[in-house]
Design a binder for this molecule. Structure first.
Ligand code: ADP
Ligand code: MG
Length: 690
């Protein structure tokens, strides 16, 4: 970076302490910071529009002469300036905040150039608080589009524009600014960084403004490339860092694995066997495994995880299994106990609600080397000390952030050893997104469902046909089948959600008196939840009314009807998860989506996708299109995927080039890689130290 560019802004002429402070609030400290402080949008002041041609709703620049000035006070001070031009039309300029001097400066005959958003006012077209300047008939027009920057209190557009100009003048030559060599982004058909920045801060009058607004202009893509590259480099560094400390070599005992498989009531699918062998290979090495297993709902991830845990135990290492909800963790607890206790393994339970003596006992067992520990994020709390953690399994990864993943791993880590890490997710992630989000993980996919599953038939009905749905449940249950009725979140509160479920429960009990109906929601005590679940499993409860707590982890093969109330409120990923609770047995299953009118176009589209497809990948891709990536991967909270310029959906096409460039940089130019991470991520480099 050139010296001029790294000088504090406060040292510039015309930047007083107050302005410097206002700039600092926008994280702008040096000229170089201003390079990447990009305009939000642009105003076109390169041409003048005749007043006669103005339309309400458009932003435009006009030039005219003041006809009349009107000052008044109706509830608040008011200033109206009437402007007319050669098109013989008039436009009102309206001000609600103004100084006396400002008002007095408007005199009939004065020539003004004004810019702003035109709207329909009480006396014809008007612009409220236009930007304006006095001009002469020969004052030249702007030759570039005028940027509008993110501004803040104490700092306005004029100053930002002036400083941005100074900053651009201090741009170093391309070979210093472009941290990635041109061949890397050039392959993606993108300009150099200097050219891109110059264009974005001051686009020429003929720039493709539509592309700039859509943020698909090559100059914007160049910056997105830079930013995505910085993240990619950061995540790969993290991976390298994690793999620098050895993990225990783990090999399954062949005899015990065989007897585990023989005890199962089914054979593994080919996809499960393939993924297991990928895990085996990782575990056998002394570099820690960092593997993500993706598999649609019901693809059978749990048994694969249990086989890995058995192998770890064979090698004398402990396994921790962490799930995002207690219900899901309990499901794992039951499965792991059933599968692994016959091998003499101790399976310990630790959730947030475990307290007192039970907690002390669990902690003692963990410290004494119990082979399997299952729980929620409570596993990461202080005071939980493993004797010999060799494998950390994290289910439903999209609900945890990178931070939590690291925290669990750190539990079993010292300078000499680190555990292997296996992350499982039922949310299939499109490839380009996975590339960006999980650059620190290897990915395995269970892309096959166990045999005998029949695709779920999905229908959508409006709330007016609720009675038909109730009838359908009556018939299904009379045939010996079981059903779910899910009441999703109405307000952002577990309490209100529980209430809604309670009300529906009462309603259905009245409508179906002959049926045994159960209720399940997040505010029930774990023991009560468990007994309801057990009764449903045994078939004693035929219809289970539940909140979205059943989204993950409920597994009852005889249930073949899923009703989702207020389906228009749920996202695709959640709808797909819920629907995955049925279709697990041989019976033809169906899913009924009940919607409340009016249906928004977005909700209509989601429902159409659900009816058309049972394929989790297809649905995830649609989901990404409809919602944007942050929500899909659920990392919004962690901030890991919040980009300044890039957008993973819009800029997906550059991801392959980004991945290649990251390889190249890490291999050939570590200093440039550092500088790039500092430029875009700055403080987030903490991941690398985690
Ligand atoms: P998910 O991938 O959604 O976590 P689970 O591991 O809960 O799926 O498996 C769903 C159900 O399928 C469970 O009842 C499990 O025992 C069963 N299952 C797993 N693998 C197979 C298989 N190869 N054949 C038949 N059923 C299987
Ligand atoms: Mg699962």
């Amino acid at each position: 970076m050139s010296d001029a560019a790294s000088r504090p802004l406060a040292e510039l002429r015309g930047v007083g302490p107050a302005t410097a402070e206002a700039l600092a609030r926008l994280s702008l400290h040096t000229l170089a910071d201003l390079w990447f402080h990009l305009p939000l949008r642009y105003e076109d002041r390169t041409r003048i529009k005749p007043i006669r041609d103005l339309r309400a709703g458009e932003s435009a620049q006009v030039e005219g002469v003041v006809d009349a000035v009107e000052r008044g006070f109706r509830f608040r001070p008011l200033l109206r300036v009437v402007l007319s031009d050669r098109s013989h039309a008039t436009l009102s300029l309206r001000f609600f905040h103004f100084s006396k001097a400002q008002a007095e400066a408007f005199q009939p005959g004065l020539r003004l150039r004004v810019h702003g958003e035109v709207r329909e006012g009480p006396a014809g077209l008007e612009i409220v608080h236009p930007r304006y300047q006095r001009v002469q008939p020969d004052t030249p027009l702007e030759t570039a589009l005028t940027p509008v920057y993110p501004a803040g209190e104490g700092i306005g557009q004029t100053t930002l524009i002036r400083l941005a100009r100074i900053a651009l003048a201090a741009l170093p030559p391309d070979d210093m600014l472009d941290l990635a060599p041109a061949m890397l982004h050039g392959g993606a058909g993108l300009p150099g960084l200097g050219a891109a920045l110059r264009l974005l801060h001051a686009p020429p009058a003929d720039a493709d403004i539509a592309a700039l607004v859509a943020r698909t202009h090559p100059a914007q893509q160049r910056l997105a490339f830079d930013e995505l590259l910085a993240h990619q480099v950061g995540l790969r560094r993290l991976r390298r860092h994690l793999r620098a400390i050895p993990a225990p070599r783990i090999r399954p005992d062949p005899a015990r694995r065989r007897s585990f498989l023989e005890a199962l009531p089914f054979a593994l699918t080919r996809a499960q066997r393939r993924v297991l062998s990928e895990i085996d290979r990782d575990l056998a090495a002394s570099t820690p495994m960092l593997r993500l297993v993706q598999g649609d709902v019901g693809s059978g991830k749990t048994v694969v995880a249990a086989l890995a845990a058995l192998a770890a135990a064979d090698a004398g290492a402990q396994t921790a299994v962490m799930a995002p909800t207690e219900l899901l963790a309990e499901q794992h607890l039951r499965n792991f106990r059933q599968w692994l206790e016959p091998f003499g393994l101790r399976v310990v339970w630790l959730a947030g609600k475990v307290g007192g003596r039970a907690r002390a006992q669990a902690l003692a067992a963990i410290a004494a080397g119990a082979e399997i520990v299952i729980g929620t994020h409570a596993l990461m709390q202080e005071g939980v000390a493993f004797a010999n953690l060799g494998l950390a399994i994290i289910d439903e990864q999209h609900r945890f952030g990178v931070h939590q993943r690291l925290a669990l791993r750190n539990k079993g880590r010292d300078a000499a050893r680190t555990p292997h890490q296996l992350v499982m997710t039922a949310t299939p992630i499109p490839r380009t997104l996975a590339m960006a989000a999980y650059a620190d993980l290897d990915v395995s996919v269970i892309d096959e469902l166990p045999p005998g599953r029949t695709p779920v038939q999905t229908v959508a009905v409006s709330d007016a046909r609720r009675d038909d749905v109730v009838e359908r449940i009556r018939v299904a249950c009379a045939e010996g089948r079981q059903a779910y009725w899910v009441c999703p979140l109405i307000e952002e509160s577990e309490q209100l959600e529980a209430k809604a479920a309670q009300a529906t429960f009462e309603e259905l009990r009245a409508a179906l008196p002959e049926l045994s109906i159960g209720l399940l929601h997040g505010r029930m005590r774990p023991r009560d939840k468990q007994s309801v679940m057990d009764a449903f499993k045994l078939g004693e409860i035929r219809l289970l009314v539940a909140t979205t707590v059943i989204e993950v982890g409920v597994d009852v093969a005889n249930a073949s009807l899923m009703v989702i109330d207020n389906a228009e409120r749920l996202g695709l990923a959640q709808l797909h998860q819920l629907r995955g609770r049925v279709g697990r047995g041989a019976a033809v299953s169906s899913c009924v989506l009940i919607w409340q009118p009016p249906l928004s176009p977005l909700a209509r589209e989601r429902i159409a996708v659900m009816r058309a497809s049972n394929d989790g990948f297809r649905i995830a891709e649609k989901d990404l299109e409809l919602r944007g990536p942050g929500e899909v991967v659920g990392t919004r909270q962690t901030g890991q995927l919040s980009f300044r310029v890039a957008d993973l959906v819009r800029d997906a096409a550059v991801m392959p080039a980004v991945a290649k460039a990251a390889d190249w940089l890490l291999e050939h130019d570590a200093r440039a890689a550092d500088a790039l991470v500092a430029r875009w991520i700055g403080v987030a480099v903490e991941y690398a130290e985690a």
